[in-house]
Design a protein around this ligand. Sequence first.
Ligand code: 6GU
Length: 236
Amino acid sequence: MKIDLISIFPEYFAPLKLSLIGKAEQDGLLSIQIHDLRDFTSDGHRTVDDTPYGGGAGMVMKAQPWGDATDPIIENNPQIIVIVPTPSGQVLTQEMAAELSKADHLLFLCGRYEGIDARVMTDLSTRVDLREISIGDYVLAGGEVAALVMIEAITRLIPGVLGNAASLIEESHSLIQDGQSLVEYPNFTKPPLWRGLPVPEVLTSGNHGEIAKWRAAQALARTHKIKQIKPMNGDQ
Ligand code: 6GU
């Protein structure tokens, strides 16, 4: 997968060199390119923002630098998916991450201030698959951290990026009830007793059927607790 990122703070993406994503890039599974929006400005001050038409607080990112930065990237890649991280977008789900992990090429437009001139999105949406995506119901100062979150959620689902393929398969088994993802069951490792707290007996029983049943029940109970979704078939 190829990933392009455009931002006025390219240094924000230094963590992409670390851990699984950094390794995946070294292994040739990912190719990440970061672009400085200010390289596409046309004035000496490298201005990227201006006051909003209609008035109001804050500044809006000018259309021209975004247009000039995105044109060469999408030019020869009509199948590219362009993602605009924004608190007014559709909230990212595991299902969306799974779908996006199948893409060949993603481009993230990381805006700051009160957002990007809306004509940039209108113009892009005539030529490419454009998605405005939020990472949750709160407001960040810019799209960079949200893009990092999205990239981690998406790229760990690419075959070979996560070290342990078995853990992905296990995860997919515990997904989706009524279109909602199930959270994981609690995990334990040695020692069997820590600060007076024992490991649940079933996990040391060696009975794999009982272990699977216990884990499924725990995952369901935790999911109901945090998401307040209705239990199926009236069971608690
Ligand atoms: Cl994607 N961007 C910003 N700026 N704030 C957010 C967000 C994105 N998702 C939630 N809050």
